[in-house]
Design a protein around this ligand. Structure first.
Ligand SMILES: *Cc1c(COP(=O)(O)O)cnc(C)c1O
Length: 405
């Protein structure tokens, strides 16, 4: 220390991880933001036996993403059982790429009438993969404010300039593209928004992307299998082609009833992803049996049986919406299987969910940060597998639980 200089205290101190964790825990508790898991013992269609302390009880599931009930379809389960190996034993690029994977990629491209498909372990990983493989420093990613968390994380991982536009505002997306003219640009949107159920303005987004030379990427996790001709999804339903949407995400964990995902689209883009996308390269390939099960589900989805299931789903959505209106429940405008009932306060959403459970219905309360602040909600999902009386039943339970507002 210099003579006469002021004593410099060492103010920078290592933080204690345990203290931080305890503080965040207390904060979550007081804000009703603790998350917990329910253990499912058995699934029989939309009926689930869940663990409840030392006992168990049967609940009717109204929060799964199994929109067509394919997770337990006999042909899907039969495909799963045919496996000769529990795992793929390596990544696709080493020795994990099985005939079942190749067949599924081919069937996806054929079904969606697109040049090529590439499998990923999950939709989350595929979204990290796309944005990290296509964008870097000096590039731009423009996204809807309500996009799925994996798209947001993907843009952060890419290290690009990241802009979010107000929900479903294609003109605002265009303005953000204009404001950042340098580098490569990707405009990314959910096809169907996962917590709201509304459909993105895809034709308007495609026009903005074209005008400003950006690539439009659509995450169709909730559109695939349930929208468009042969269940080809929201891009097909909007009448768009691979020229408008060169790349899209298809996930297998929702309407297809399984697990995993694929990026489907332009052949050069797909080849680039195969060569460079780290979340695809440095990970074990999906179990071949899972690919076989998804292929079986895909064949059902694109068949007449798939049409019948989509018809049944539409009837159930209509029954739910008409019944909700008759009972004074105010839903949002969603026409898809995702029918959120906005509550607002976290504690109230939890109380409503608990009241429904007492009546035998399982509807999870969705709270921030999954949804914006002050917009906690019950995310009710309707499935083709629900019987009409079950739809009426959950509506009656909602009315009794005082969800009318
Ligand atoms: C569920 C979901 C994902 C993630 O897909 P997983 O296969 O479950 O990882 C990505 N995007 C959207 C919009 C989703 O709803």
């Amino acid at each position: 220390m210099r003579a006469g200089g002021r004593l410099r205290l060492r103010l920078r101190m290592r933080s204690r991880l345990s203290e931080r964790i305890a503080a965040l825990h207390a904060q979550r508790e007081s804000a009703h933001r603790q998350r917990f898991r329910r253990t499912v013992l058995r699934r029989e269609g939309v009926r689930c036996e869940v663990l409840d302390g030392s006992q168990s009880r049967w609940l009717l599931n109204f929060c799964s993403n199994d929109y067509l009930g394919l997770s337990q379809h006999p042909r899907v389960l039969a495909a799963l059982r045919k496996a000769d190996s529990a795992g793929s034993t390596a990544s696709h690029l080493v020795c994990g790429h099985d005939a079942q994977h190749a067949a599924l990629e081919e069937a996806l491209a054929d079904w969606l009438q697109l040049p090529r498909a590439l499998l990923f372990g999950s939709g989350y990983m595929a979204n990290l993969a796309v944005l990290q493989a296509l964008l870097g420093t000096g590039d731009l990613c423009v996204q809807d404010k309500l996009n799925h968390a994996s798209l947001i994380d993907g843009a952060r991982l890419a290290g690009c300039t990241f802009k979010r536009y107000p929900h479903a505002d294609a003109a605002a997306a265009g303005r953000q593209l204009v404001a950042h003219p340098e580098g490569v640009a990707v405009l990314a949107s959910d096809g169907v928004f996962s917590m709201d159920g509304d459909v993105a303005p895809l034709p308007a987004l495609a026009a903005e992307a074209k005008r400003h030379e950006a690539l439009l990427y659509v995450d169709d996790a909730h559109g695939i299998g349930v929208m468009g001709a042969f269940g080809r999804g929201s891009v097909d339903a909007a009448g768009l082609t691979v020229d408008d949407v060169p790349l899209r995400l298809v996930t297998f964990g929702k309407a297809l009833g399984g697990a995993g995902a694929a990026l489907v689209g332009d052949a050069d883009l797909i080849e680039h992803l195969l060569q460079t996308a780290r979340p695809g390269i440095y990970t074990t390939a999906l179990p071949p049996a899972q690919a076989a099960a998804t292929l079986a589900a895909l064949m059902i989805v694109r068949s007449e049986e798939g049409d019948a299931l989509r018809h049944r789903l539409r009837d159930n959505i209509t029954r739910f919406r008409v019944g909700a209106e008759a009972r004074g429940l105010s839903l949002r405008s969603s026409q898809t299987a995702i029918q959120p009932l906005l509550v607002g306060a976290d504690a109230e959403a939890i109380a409503l969910s608990a009241a429904l459970e007492q009546r035998g219905y399982w509807v999870a309360a969705i709270r921030p940060p999954t949804v914006p602040e002050h917009s906690a909600r019950l995310r009710i999902t309707v499935s083709a597998a629900h019987a009409s009386e079950q739809i009426d039943g959950v509506l009656d339970a909602l009315t009794e639980a005082n969800a009318v507002r």
